[in-house]
Design a protein around this ligand. Sequence first.
Ligand code: SF4
Length: 465
Amino acid sequence: MVALVRPFYLVPSRTLVAGYPDNHFPFVTKNHSPSMRKAAFFTLGCRLNQTESSIMAKSLENEGYMITQEKEGLDLAVINTCTVTNQSDAKCRQTIRSIQKKNPEAMIAVVGCFSQVASQQILDIGGVDLVLGNEEKLNLYKYIAQAQASSVPVVSVEKISRKPFTIDTIGQHLGVTRANLKIQDGCSFVCSFCIIPFARGTSRSREVENIRQETQALADMGVKEIILTGVNIGTYQHQDTNFLSLLDLFEKVDGIERVRISSIEPTTVGREIFQRMADPSSKLVPYLHLPLQSANNEILRLMRRKYLIEEYEDFVLQAMEQIPRLCIGSDLIVGFPGESDDCFADTFETLQRLPVHYFHVFPYAERQGTQSVKLPNQVPPPIATRRAASLRELSNQKKEVYTKQFIGQELSVLFEGNQGGTQWHGYTDNYIRVAVNSNQPLKNKIHQVRLSSQKSGIAQGELID
Ligand code: SF4
């Protein structure tokens, strides 16, 4: 499941996904000369889009571009778009106009989901040089020369293939401790609110050997944690390898110490995964993000989700019983058409009771072309906003309660960096953000830390090794 808007910090990067602020690209070229052409990425939407921006950036860097976070003075601006709601489309249009205004001389490339479903709308804005759909965007670097030589915009939006795929660029830069690894794309479910199956096609999987090569390359670059990323990764299937058997591959790659599942549909993975997560010798960390959307069966039916709330609850309770320290997150949509006060109360009370430790909450937003726009009993936006606020408050409380139970305990932390000075920060395997004071250089190191206090779900601790 792809989250509908940018989630809060807990998402290792949307999702469970990508948590980089929109229009902010975390990787920049370190060693560059003043003569290099400057390119910047403006990425909207989910973790998968962020992953793909990093792949495109790396391939442009290989072609001699300097990747920058600057917003002006660019030679090339790449807008990697999202189309998950009508508002996402509006935001894409707004971003294109704003980047054009600041960079009248730059080549403007618009790629991704909005390009896939609405290339003409993008051309109608004017001033765009290159439009690529999802099938072509990872080959962006191959289209640049063609667009430069052309007096009219170059557009390539093909039907999305159903075949397994490979990626020939490793999309990460040096200095990254945790890396998103794309293993799958598309979705064959047809949730009534979701346009993703149209924008990204049906579910298809990345070839196993190609995943192994990128994993090894990431390990060689010093990456310690990989985050398995895609649209519906539990449906992974390449030849005889399914999602569970794919996990064996990562166990064998030296250097990779943690494997995290970004987000997984509750119905797509067998309960064998509990055993593996519970095994202390496995690299798979005790963390599950299971999008629920609603805890009312009638709303789940209208959403065309593939489970009943009873099945979801059973899965969550069994997982908690079998996996020590497990952190469970979820996504929720409030104000879906037909969601009465009673339906919402079902969701609120279920989340109060269940061991789900945080949730990303999205007020329902219409997307033209989806089934749910035709549903009766649309919920007025102020009601959806109120419901979202009360669930977010509950999520904050639950995250604090979850973190508090580990105060006084020793947990391993992968440190990501410091904010200047001696304050280092990182994550435990069960995704508690931890801050530690130390004079030692801790970046990209895993240490045992005793948690001593917490505030707003962020723990303070001391190194004990
Ligand atoms: S169709 Fe459903 S399962 Fe597939 S991406 Fe959309 S919300 Fe997720």
